[in-house]
Design a protein around this ligand. Structure first.
Ligand code: S6P
Ligand code: ZN
Length: 196
């Protein structure tokens, strides 16, 4: 399912990007790793009982640490849905809250769901081939694949950013991106749970 191709290999045609960076640490997240992430828990459990599908993978590149240094990750988020909710990443705040991040879409179609730390303000930003999303500091961010193909992207962030998954695991995102008549719509989690 994952092909390793050297990003520096210029013979790879534009648009055909690799899923992983060879020789770099790779984190793979399957359905079983995403407990509590999807709104429809019964649909998640039913899908998991069928197959512990690979939902996404991220190769990380950490050339150096310290002031002014950057890290980046190449992510591939597969296409799929749990109930009406599209495949998504766990989502996180940066441990160093002020750290911002830039996402560069390479292939596929999706969105980033951004929320302030209190979960009161939400924003959706298109992410896909040729699209760039700026994630300000102090902002929880989750990637969502709303298309039929894998969504491939690079995220670039300060080496000091770190990941804080705990804050999101405690409350989850307040909003969900779900399919309605073939299109992604943003709903408050509670509204979705009460009407689904
Ligand atoms: C890291 C950056 C991405 C994510 C990746 C997976 O700051 O935002 O590389 O790590 O999209 O998402 P998550 O929420 O599982 O780390
Ligand atoms: Zn991040």
């Amino acid at each position: 399912m994952l092909d390793a191709i050297d990003l520096n290999d210029l013979s790879v045609p534009y648009g055909i990007y690799p899923a992983v960076l060879e020789g770099r640490p790779l984190v793979q997240r399957r359905l079983s790793d995403l407990s509590g992430c999807f709104a429809d828990e019964a649909a998640w459990a039913a899908a998991l009982a069928q197959e512990d599908a690979l939902v996404y993978a991220v190769s990380s590149v950490e050339p150096a640490d310290g002031e002014g240094q950057l890290h980046y990750g190449l992510g591939i988020l597969y296409s799929g849905k749990i109930g009406r909710e599209y495949y998504l990443t766990k989502g996180h705040l940066h441990a160093h809250r002020a750290a911002a991040e830039v996402y560069i879409g390479l292939a596929g179609r999706g969105e980033m769901l951004l929320e302030d730390e209190a979960g009161e303000v939400a924003r959706r930003c298109p992410l896909g081939a040729g699209r760039i999303v700026y994630v300000p500091g102090f902002t929880a961010h989750r990637t969502v694949n709303t298309g039929p193909e894998p969504l491939v992207y690079i995220g670039v962030y300060p080496s000091s950013a770190g990941h804080d998954y705990g804050a999101i695991a405690g409350r989850n995102f307040r909003n969900v991106l779900v399919e309605e008549a073939g299109n992604p719509v943003l709903l408050k989690r509670e509204v979705f749970l009460n009407t689904n």
